[in-house]
Design a protein around this ligand. Structure first.
Ligand SMILES: [Zn+2]
Ligand SMILES: [Zn+2]
Length: 130
């Protein structure tokens, strides 16, 4: 796993990075702040927010955003898809191989030159459907 280099190393950034990496959820900036505060009392929201931007810029964390939804942060840096719960808003990683034929068809219909394709499943998570 890529690490912070010395110049980018601060206690705050390290704490924020740990929060993301130890979480199995896709946290919002607010949730990261709540957790970072337990590790580093006194850390401010602005510092957390700036750290998130820095870590994103360094390619140490990923960012997920759907429509007007708030940005969430992702420890999974490999290309992957997501499932969203329409009831509680839970976001889960989804490992799924998109058949090349689907990508070709999407390119043909949109007349776009294909880059990457992202699949989003919307539905009810196990808690909400159970
Ligand atoms: Zn749910
Ligand atoms: Zn993800």
């Amino acid at each position: 796993m890529k690490e912070l280099d010395r110049s980018g190393y601060t206690k705050q950034r390290q704490a924020v990075l740990e929060v993301i990496r130890e979480s199995h959820e896709h946290l919002t900036a607010n949730e990261v702040f709540e957790d970072a505060r337990k590790r580093l009392p006194g850390i401010s929201f602005a510092t957390v927010y700036n750290s998130l931007r820095y870590l994103k810029g360094e390619g140490l964390i990923g960012e997920v955003r759907f429509g007007s939804d708030t940005t969430r942060y992702d420890r999974n840096l490999d290309p992957h898809h997501h499932a969203i719960c329409t009831e509680c808003g839970r976001l889960a990683d989804l490992e799924l191989a998109i058949p090349p034929e689907v990508i070709k068809q999407a390119a043909r219909r949109s007349k776009f030159k294909p880059g990457e394709i992202e699949f989003t499943l919307r539905g009810l998570c196990p808690e909400c459907s159970g």
